[in-house]
Design a protein around this ligand. Sequence first.
Ligand SMILES: [Fe+2]
Length: 373
Amino acid sequence: MALETPAPPRRSAPGSKNTAGLDLEELRQLWLKPLWLVLSEAFSPEPRTDIVPHIWKWSDVRPRILEAGRRISAEEAERRVLMYLNPGLNGDPGATQTLFAGIQLIMPGEIAPTHRHVPSALRVVVEGNGAYTTVSGEKTLMRPGDFVTTPNWAWHDHGNETDEPMMWLDGLDMPFVLALNAMFYEDLVQGKGSEIQPVVRELDDSQLRYNRGFRPHNDRFTGNYSPVLNYRFDDVRETLFQMDRAGDATSDEEGVMLDYINPLTGGPTLPTIDSHAQLIRSGEHTRAVRDTASRIYHVLDGRGASIIGGRRMEWEKGDTFCAPTWSWREHTVESSASPAILFSFDDAPIQKPFALYRRQVLLEGNGRQSSLS
Ligand SMILES: [Fe+2]
């Protein structure tokens, strides 16, 4: 049976546009269309996006992922993850147009079998203590707030040998990879069998080698990602408070903020995703900042509020929220509250090599979004 060519989509041109008497229906049948009818849509003066600011409350997510843990085994689900969907994406996976976020649960005694994929991934532990992730033969035991990387095409598996559920936020560049139609995925073992990769390096080997201001002499590491597997939250917190005591200069923009880096380059830990932690101090209200990166925040500690693109979102520990491209964002913590720590990851590394990245700080007035003053 001959395959029929699908009919081109019918989209009526805006009435005010000049069709120049051309037969649009005939052009449509030929898969042609005048650019001038859509020029201002495509070449907008500033970035446009379907992504909307949104918050996923931990108080909503936690009972539902635990319910999923009762209803489906990790083996049946393969990956027991609840995806965080952006309401602007009509149900497609993605918390933004480039970044995926989801909450993963591993119950005591369970494993997530070894696999690899080209999307780069990161984990931030929300609850649980001591479950493991193994990446490329190195194993790490994860504690709350820890940041664990999984590079492009690296074999990885997870397991929980503790007696409590383990939940972490997954962050991936999966929507970006899907948009490029560049996905590859592979299981280590087809069907049933040994689904855990052999551990060939000592526990936290990469932290000792690379995260202390040293690197091995004659190092043979050639990856375009950080060789460090786990960035400990205790270290992040200690550094943020030290920066605060020292009166760090970034505090008038986005609070006291640090970047997770590849210690070999000073750049981001993953080639497509940059990650940060920031301290929002008691009584602080950060200046409004926007950039062309889309961004996902996760609350590591404390409570406060963020105003993203004019929308105010109250948050507390465990919540996750997103900031669309080019939307003003500011963060605040009440004077009576404890300092808060926000983790965030963004797609800026995808934009920077192509001169697509721009950033702006609101300097007028009090540096806040005017609709809220
Ligand atoms: Fe994975």
